[in-house]
Design a protein around this ligand. Structure first.
Ligand SMILES: *Cc1c(COP(=O)(O)O)cnc(C)c1O
Length: 430
């Protein structure tokens, strides 16, 4: 595939953008390729600046669950833009958004809109600390909660891909309050509570790991986290920035039947615009300023364009009682096709999947249950696979440790093309 324009545009970008990209994983650094610059996207397809077309399985890292430039979402954004792009004062649309969130996720009694997932998790931890009057919190190795200082310790996403799980610039003082446990190992959480009695404010978890590749919670792991946090008067925070509106209308809380105290949201809730949110129990959320003492603010929070795109996206999902069934059937098709191809090619893959989010790990382990399992994957083989898929017009993540997402815009014809491309790619890379 000819990516000449992308290559020259990357040189240009590097002149004045740090590393040439505005988010690390976009640099395609670990897959031996120059990043592909996008010109436009519509439905299931992305078109690059050299006019090649791809079927998109990255979906902007999750948000584009309806596909790109959905007519209703685009129309809602256009109309909002005509009414003005920001006022710095409340709007009716923000209440409509909050009501829609509460309708789909009833345990979010009160919500605050912010501008990214990073802001959501930072604010949720601040609130948890204030509420419990404790400083420490527990996160899991390989989970990613945005780039707030206290989360950049054994973090997933680009941090794994680039081998930078601990970032310089995070002070020792900050890092000492972040405790690390092992995903799918409730015992590792219990031990930390024993070691630091009455000092741990919260446990924050991706209810389905999505940033070390997909890692699903096993054996009542989430229920156990609920019990342990209850026993220790600590809060349970579900970081549903990926899983929220992805695995069910009510996210992981509905899917797994476990009620967290606080939930963080992002990605789908913005319909492709920069949005995040955090919310939960009224009693806790009441501590936020100005009614409460915990400060958190945002010049552009609840932005009219972002509310329009997000609200329309949530409504489209909510209106269709069969939305997740249809999405899951597509995911079934992809998983079955890819798994059969791998068997035929004689390549070891471990497939992890929850609803329409999945990862095909090039890994000889049968099950990937945590970070240590995930990093045993053959990333060199993945890089070859990635280039083969891209060359066949299938847009997948330029990293082994990310999700493959199915979108409502993809047809079974698109999926069949991906399965065929996958078969070819697996044969070629062996
Ligand atoms: C993407 C992500 C974030 C960060 O969201 P941004 O909008 O990129 O700041 C936080 N948590 C999880 C689970 C994510 O996947």
């Amino acid at each position: 595939m000819n990516i000449n324009t992308s290559i020259s545009e990357f040189s240009r970008a590097k002149q004045h953008i740090a590393s040439g990209v505005n988010s690390p994983v976009r640099a395609f650094k670990n897959v031996n390729s120059s990043p592909i610059f996008v010109k436009s996207a519509k439905g299931a397809y992305i078109t690059d600046v050299d006019d090649s077309k791809y079927i998109d399985f990255v979906c902007s890292w999750g948000p584009m669950i309806l596909g790109h430039a959905h007519e209703r979402v685009t129309e809602a954004v256009k109309k909002a833009a005509e009414r003005g792009t920001s006022y710095g004062a409340p709007t009716i649309q923000e209440s409509e958004m909050a009501e829609q969130i509460n309708k789909m996720m009833p345990n979010i009694e009160l919500v605050r809109m912010v501008n990214s997932g990073t802001e959501a998790t930072m604010s949720a931890i601040r609130l948890a600390r204030a509420y419990t009057k404790r400083d420490m919190f527990i996160k899991f190795e390989g989970c990613y909660h945005g780039h707030g200082d206290s989360f950049l310790i054994k973090a997933g996403s680009g941090a794994i891909t680039l081998g930078l799980p601990d970032s310089p610039g995070v002070t020792k003082g900050t890092a000492k309050d972040t405790l690390i446990a092992t995903y799918n190992d409730a015992q590792s959480v219990k031990k930390l509570f024993e070691q630091y009695p009455n000092q741990i404010a919260a446990v924050i978890v991706e209810p389905v790991g999505g940033n070390m590749g997909v890692v699903t919670p096993k054996n009542d792991f989430l229920k156990q986290l609920r019990e342990i946090t209850n026993q220790n008067n600590a809060l349970l925070i579900f970081d549903e920035v990926i899983t929220g509106f992805r695995i069910a209308k009510g996210g992981a809380a509905e899917y797994f039947g476990v009620k967290p105290d606080l939930v963080t949201l992002g990605k789908i809730i913005g319909g492709g615009l920069p949005v995040g949110a955090y919310g939960g129990k009224r009693e806790i959320m009441n501590m936020i300023a100005p009614d409460g003492p915990v400060y958190q603010a945002g010049t552009l929070s609840g932005n009219p364009l972002a509310m329009a795109a997000g609200l329309e996206t949530l409504k489209i999902i909510d209106e269709d009682p069969d939305f997740y069934n249809k999405l899951n059937k597509k995911a079934d098709f992809l998983v079955e096709g890819f798994s059969n191809n791998a068997k035929q090619a004689g390549i070891d893959v471990a497939v992890n999947r929850c609803g329409s989010m999945m990862t095909f790990f090039f890994n000889s382990l049968k099950e990937i249950n945590n970070y240590n399992d995930a990093i045993k994957s053959d990333t060199k083989l993945y890089a070859k696979y990635f280039l083969n898929m891209i060359n066949q017009g299938i847009w997948i993540a330029p990293s082994q440790f990310e999700c493959t997402f199915v979108s409502a815009a993809q047809t079974f014809d698109d999926l069949q093309k991906a399965v065929d491309a996958n078969a070819k790619a697996l044969k070629l890379i062996k």
